[in-house]
Structure formats: structure tokens, C-alpha cells
Design a protein around this ligand. Structure first.
Ligand SMILES: [Zn+2]
Length: 443
């Protein structure tokens, strides 16, 4: 049992609480005392303690594209070309190494858990590895080396489009051939294990067709389901042309929406789509820095969260790994679209970046509260960004000013993985990222 004594703690309100004692036993928070006195043996934490950031949508290997794909023109569809080149170069070892370093970067940025939307399953010609889950388990091992939790969101990617049943040549390693083969492979992963869980991720309504979505509903066995939804207007147009429905309507008619479901992006929605997601209390995971980078658009986050959808956030393409920026962008991007400020409260943005992600990944309780896993981080106030920290407006100061480099210490399940800005088990994250990316990039 360890007791920490935090100078400040952000616990979900707009303000921070002073002098908070947090007791951890067996990786779980067993007591929280506000406005307390430091006791002998307490571990003092200067700065602000807050719940760990939960990154609900990541493709770890896209980290290799950072800096290499932002300068030119083009759009989401042209960006896929270099992404597919790297996807088809990965081996289990290079995939594991790149993900380890990417997850270590996440840990240094205060991310204590990730939803990895994993779709590189097989050899490049589509044949299976000896263990058909070798690539997925490489993601789990990478997260374990980096010390963070992972929900392995195993992707079904069966078709190139609604009118193209066969995957493209460059998509062959994503496909299990048919939905039953995919379900069997996901079943073989079981329930996950220590620090990892399994979720289902039909990639999009392009890649998994309505009858297959219904089969997923029938075989979900309590798992969360994440789907890329309406990231692009062209995706909506193709879906309407083929089915007469929007992607959200297709998913609703298949019976997929609900508290276990998260629509990733949800950028281009109709009013009916919004009410379907809200009335079913589905989750919506926005990835604003990626949506910006790919010129996708700005989704209706305020309407969705006001209507009852649960908001979470993801770094998606990992061109940035900065959950503070993802959170503030939900508000600031919407300001540009609506001409209004303050459509989201600062606390609600931090909640989306923390417990919203845990809810989306099916992890339940998350926060500085009794019964929650001891996944928390400490922000240093000794930076030019957080100097003159305003505890009364803590959420606003953090969400609108903090950067990943303000994260000084990180604990996951009570185990410290980052101390004084250094990763404790991955010794050279900078060098490791350089080597892992050089091994897969020839752009
Ligand atoms: Zn994605």
C-alpha cells in the first residue's frame, strides 16, 4: 500500500483541490482525502495530479508518417497511398518495435491507456501467420513494454468498398476473407489478460457490409465495438448510393448502436444520425488533429454530447501525440465553425480525454476516486505554460495551456512508468523511435 500526497488534484470539476491524499492498494485507489495533511511516509507529488489520459483511437504504425505527409496537397484518399506502403512493409518485429516506441511516447505524454485500432493481421499476400494473431499480440506486447493499458480493437476489413467485394491488393493483409473467419480469430484472443482487453472493430461500412454487421451483433459477447463513421463526405455518398442509407443508419439498422458502441470521427452527420447516436447513448470518438491534418472537417461534438452521446478522444494517425491539444481542439475548432465560444466546458473536455476514453474502451471507472485503477499522472507547474497556475480554473488552465512536456510522472495500476519526464522501462524513446521508423520508411 502506498499513499501519495498531491499538492493539487484535478478530480473532474472546473477547479483543482489542494492537498489530496491518495492511497493505492493492489493497483487500485482505496482512499482519497481532500484538503488533508501530509503524513509520515506519504509520497509527496508537486504540481497537479489528474487521471491518466485515455487515447481511444490510435493506429500506432502511422507514427512513421509523421512529418513525411503533411506538406503536400491531396486529401484523406491520397494520404492512404504512403500509409499503405508502410502497412505492407511491416513484419511482426518491426510492427512491435514501432508500436513500443509510439506507446512509450504516449506514456511520456500522460497517456495511460490506448485503444489500438489494429488492422495489419496477415502476410502481405493475405496468408496467415503460424499464430493468426501474431500481429495483434505484437501490439499487446508493445503496450506491456511501454507500461500502458491497451484495448486491442481488432479490425474486420473484408471489402474495398460497398460495390467492390474484394479487398484491393494493398489491403490483402487486412482481410480475413469472410466475417466468420474474422470472428474465429477474435475469439481466439479470448478476454485479453493483465492490462489488455479485446474489442471489435468493423473498419467502416465500406469494409464490412450490412449482413456482416448483423453477424457481429449476434457474436459480440459483451465486447465494445468501434467503427470509423462518416469521416469523409465521399464515404457517405457511396453508402447512400449503395444502400439508400447513411453509414449511421446502416449501423443502427444492423443493431450495432448502444453504450458499447463508439463512432470514430462522426464528422459528417445528418440530424437523424445525431439523434440515433444520442438516443442510443453511443460513444463518439473525435480525433481533431488528424481530422484537421486530413482536411476531413469538424464534427458536431457539442450537439452530440448535449444529446447524450459519450465523447472520447483519439490521436488516430499519431501525427501529434498530445491529448491536451485533442481536447482543446474540440472546443476551438467548433468556435471557428459556430462563431461561439464556450460550447464545451473545460472540465467536460478533460473528462472526454480521460474517463470518456475509458468508457469507450469498456474499462469502467477511471478517475481520482475510490475503486478506480491507480492510473494517474502529475503535471509539473514549473513550465512557462503552467506558471501562475490558477487552481480555481484548473480545468481551463490545463486544457487550454498544457503540453505533453508538462507531464512529469505517470502511474498505471499503481506502478510508476514515467518519473521526472523519463520513461522507466524504455530507456531511449527518442533513439528508439528513430530506429523503428527508419526500419519501415523509404519515402
Ligand atoms: Zn482511424
Amino acid at each position: 500500500m502506498t499513499t501519495y500526497f498531491a499538492q493539487w488534484a484535478w478530480r473532474g470539476a472546473e477547479h483543482a483541490v489542494a492537498n489530496v491524499r491518495i492511497t493505492v492498494a493492489n493497483g487500485v485507489i482505496s482512499a482519497v482525502e481532500d484538503n488533508a495533511s501530509k503524513q509520515d511516509g506519504d509520497v509527496a507529488i508537486a504540481g497537479v495530479v489528474m487521471p491518466g489520459l485515455v487515447n481511444a483511437h490510435s493506429h500506432a504504425f502511422h507514427r512513421a508518417l509523421r512529418g513525411r505527409t503533411h506538406g503536400g496537397a491531396g486529401d484523406f484518399w491520397s494520404w492512404r497511398t504512403p500509409m499503405y506502403e508502410i502497412a505492407n512493409r511491416l513484419t511482426p518485429d518491426s510492427y512491435r518495435e514501432l508500436a513500443t516506441m509510439t506507446f512509450a511516447e504516449m506514456a511520456l505524454s500522460g497517456i495511460t491507456g490506448v485503444g489500438e485500432f489494429h488492422y495489419i493481421h496477415h502476410n502481405t499476400d493475405g496468408t496467415k501467420y503460424k499464430n493468426p494473431n501474431e500481429m495483434g499480440l505484437a501490439m499487446v506486447q508493445a503496450a506491456q513494454r511501454a507500461g500502458i493499458r491497451i484495448a486491442l480493437l481488432d479490425v474486420a476489413y473484408l471489402h474495398a468498398a460497398l460495390d467492390k467485394p474484394e479487398p484491393l491488393a494493398e489491403q490483402k493483409r487486412f482481410s480475413d476473407g469472410n466475417v466468420d473467419a474474422w470472428l474465429d480469430r477474435v475469439d481466439a484472443l479470448g478476454e485479453g489478460g493483465d492490462g489488455w482487453t479485446v474489442g471489435m472493430a468493423p473498419h467502416s461500412v465500406r469494409a464490412v457490409h450490412p449482413n456482416e454487421l448483423e453477424e457481429i451483433v449476434a457474436n459480440r459477447h459483451g465486447k465494445v465495438v468501434h467503427v470509423h463513421v462518416s469521416e469523409q463526405p465521399a464515404e457517405n455518398a457511396a453508402c447512400i448510393a449503395a444502400t439508400g442509407k447513411t453509414p449511421t443508419q446502416v449501423l443502427a439498422d444492423a443493431g450495432l448502436l448502444g453504450r458499447h458502441f463508439t463512432a470514430v470521427h462522426a464528422t459528417h452527420l445528418t440530424a437523424t444520425d445525431i439523434s440515433l447516436l444520442c438516443s442510443s447513448h453511443s460513444g463518439v470518438c473525435m480525433c481533431p488533429t488528424t481530422e484537421r491534418d486530413l482536411a476531413d472537417g469538424v464534427g458536431p461534438a457539442s450537439t452530440l454530447s448535449a444529446g447524450g452521446a459519450v465523447l472520447s478522444l483519439g490521436t488516430d494517425s499519431n501525427a501529434f501525440i498530445d491529448m491536451f491539444e485533442e481536447a482543446r481542439a474540440v472546443e476551438t475548432d467548433e468556435r471557428l465553425v459556430t462563431g461561439k465560444r464556450g460550447v464545451h466546458s473545460p472540465a467536460s473536455l478533460l473528462i472526454a480525454a480521460t474517463s470518456g476514453g475509458a468508457t469507450s474502451l469498456g474499462w469502467g471507472q477511471h478517475g481520482i476516486q475510490v475503486g478506480a485503477p491507480a492510473d494517474f499522472i502529475a503535471l509539473s507547474l514549473n513550465s512557462v505554460r503552467l506558471a501562475s497556475f490558477d487552481a480555481a480554473n484548473a480545468a481551463a488552465h490545463i486544457v487550454h495551456s498544457a503540453a505533453p512536456s508538462d507531464v512529469r510522472d505517470v502511474w498505471v495500476g499503481g506502478r510508476q512508468i514515467v518519473q521526472d519526464h523519463q520513461h522507466l522501462t524504455v530507456s531511449d524513446v527518442v533513439g528508439g523511435l528513430g530506429r523503428a521508423i527508419a526500419a519501415v520508411v523509404t519515402l
